[in-house]
Write a protein that binds this ligand. Sequence first.
Ligand code: ZN
Ligand code: ZN
Length: 293
Amino acid sequence: MKDEIVKIEKLEDIIDREMERHPHSQPLLQAFRHVILARNRILEGLQLAESEPLVLDDIRFQGGVPVIAQYPLIREDDPWKDIVQAMIPAVQEGFPDLREDLDRLGNALQADDFDLYDYFRRNSEEQQDLLSIWAGTISIAAERIGFILNQASRIVLEKRAGDIAEQIEALHWEKGYCPICGSFPSLAVIGEKIGERRLHCSRCGHNWRFSRVICPYCEREAQQEMNFFYIEDKPQESAFTCEECQRYLITLNRVSDLNDRDLDVSALGLTHLDIILQEKHFVPMTVTDWNVF
Ligand SMILES: [Zn+2]
Ligand SMILES: [Zn+2]
């Protein structure tokens, strides 16, 4: 219990520091503060039913087939309804405009009107279809329902990713998408000492090592056409851009200690870069709750 409190307090400090560092992002960080803290609190207390041990086909994995394609990371017996219900007050706190909508969603879940697992087990295109149906049923914009459901899947995926991370640590992974859930990264971090690049997945929270000279999205090797975009006076904050696939990846440079950071919080502090890059017609490698304008 004590560890949990310390962890949440540390996260609060991290959010405060990010707000000082990036005053323009304060409203966004303030809104997400409630969501991120609630997500972490739920994660700390989350107990998932015992599942069969992960047996990976190492050859397939090292060939680029992520864990999620070999092992169920999303399960029917996961406490979907409890998690979404627990997230609703935090999202309402951070995003007051959603208050009434989420009351209606909470009531519909209470009445078992929706089978949440039916949503989580689908691929993203099929998820959109189902969201449109639900949106019509309870008169809430589909994106708003999707927003809160993403928070729930992050909690379950992060829990399982944490259990699996050690098991895959020694295996080779040379892909720009997440070895656990298969999503493209939302942020990259380049360490201060050895200068290795780590990619961060916002769908499951996992971080993994990746070459600095290859585009994570299209795997093209660095040549002249690969660039880093900087804003004057802030050499630590940049975006990797690829002319080949026209994607970008927000990148923190020379980070000395990852433990002093929460990479989702860092990404929220850097959305001014997302705006600039998208004005230059680059596309993010992955869509997050905060990088589409
Ligand atoms: Zn992931
Ligand atoms: Zn590329």
